[in-house]
Design a protein. Structure first.
Lengths: 274, 274
């Protein structure tokens, strides 16, 4: 452990932590340097436990004493910054007192996470980091074997996703398709039945479909927040499935709620039976 | 319909729309005047369809033409305000182009929403408006008979709750307990079995508990985002129930995801069986 007081928020050693609320700037900083951010001691510890290598840890002076044990665990520079300087640097009040920058690892190939998997979730274009984080938390908590992301889906290692997931993004096996157009061929080639979650006509209740597919590996596809699945992916599905609605004026669930129910059904013992 | 151009964002006729992002200010304005805000034409139409009486409608000049049919439906003054003035007035860019202020109605008593109800959700101290809105959307969409709120639970008619719920707060029967301490007596007196959602030891899988209680009216209690249910309410429950977790490092779901699964199980045909 190497604790370094940094008085100047413009110090280049703190560059990883610059303007954390500027989504576009952050995307380019994080891509260029191959880093991601973790916030709060619990989430930082989960990243360490999952084997991610820290680039540095940043502690606010106010919380330094309380977080000394975290600093001792980190094999990287530990920067201590005054509270006002942290706010100028990052753009917000880091009330948990700890941020860490980690090296990203190469993502596994889709084939690597699909090997041996039987219950998979495929996210087409979920664009909101909060939703991606919440879906990963549900998937990891309930035991989904793997998540596949379409090329345009939001980044699970973006700070907001990591935070909302409470670090579940570190525990959940996932990969990203590089090809939207033919991306589902990989799943079909491995014998997965493709179920599309959709409120459209002809969709059968999810639980019934899973009972029917009890012996097959299943990939459940979810679409974007506003528009759902693309017609191309819907056309490639073996069946459309739905969560039965009560028929009040409310005709759909938000994507986080729908994904939670989908993960729950997917991972129930005996594939959907109570 | 009475369309009125209002050039000055400080005009007292626009007072209902002042500083919509200032949560504390809004709470006192809305309580004092007995009003709530709806945003976007779809949600505004749902409030009208649910019989709420509008106080006024505010349209941005840019969207006036596209929303003329909405203006025609509203039996209250329609204020048209320039885009820059709207942003100064409300504190944000009203990109949907429509806001409406509605009169609140007296909430029904708990007994009124419980009469004939068999599947009820009780929220103890869910403090976040986004979570309350998402939970109402799931409950209304899946067909929960009633929601009861503890005294400290966030307001379903606060703008953010209304928006996240997509107007489901207008369709979902609910009431608020005035007494936290003895509030569950009303449920017990009406023969409800009280199930507490908790990860604690001794909790049984939710689906199993519901099969067992198939013939009884059930009230499922959910606690706050951080701490879950209070020990007082846990002690009063007939049983603790849990959503089975996969045993990875992720040991819980967020409250929106947990509530979605809970509402789904509560409203399945035959009380939990597939």
């Amino acid at each position: 452990m190497d604790v370094i007081e940094v008085p100047d928020p413009g110090d280049p050693r703190l560059a990883d932590y610059f303007r954390l609320r500027d989504v576009n700037l952050r995307k380019s900083i994080e891509a260029e340097h191959g880093l991601f951010m973790a916030e709060g001691d619990k989430v930082i510890r989960r990243a360490l436990a999952a084997g991610f290598a820290p680039r540095s840890l940043l502690l606010t002076r106010r919380r330094l004493e309380a977080l000394a044990d975290l600093a001792a665990e980190v094999d990287a520079p530990v920067y201590v910054v005054g509270d006002a300087a942290v706010e100028r640097l990052t753009g917000f009040d880091v009330h948990r007192g700890a941020l860490a920058s980690f090296h990203r690892r190469p993502l596994p190939e889709p084939g690597d996470v699909l090997r041996g998997a039987r219950r998979v979730v495929v996210l087409e274009d979920v664009l909101d980091h909060t939703n991606v984080g919440a879906i990963f938390r549900s998937a990891a908590g309930l035991g989904v074997d793997a998540i596949l992301l379409a090329p345009r889906c939001a980044d699970p290692l973006y700070r907001r996703s990591v935070k909302v997931s409470m670090g579940a993004v570190f525990a959940q096996p996932y990969s990203r398709l590089t090809d939207w157009h033919g991306g589902l061929d990989e799943l079909r080639g491995r014998g997965f039945r493709l179920l599309a979650l959709t409120p459209g006509p002809g969709a059968v209740p999810l639980a019934d479909a899973l009972v029917r597919e009890a012996d097959a590996p299943v990939a459940l596809m979810l679409g974007s927040e506003g528009d759902g699945l693309s017609s191309r992916w819907l056309d490639q599905a073996d069946a459309g499935v739905r969560i039965p609605m009560a028929g009040r004026e409310v005709d759909s669930l938000n994507v986080t709620a729908a994904a939670a129910i989908a993960c729950y059904e997917l991972t129930r013992p005996a594939g959907g039976a109570a």
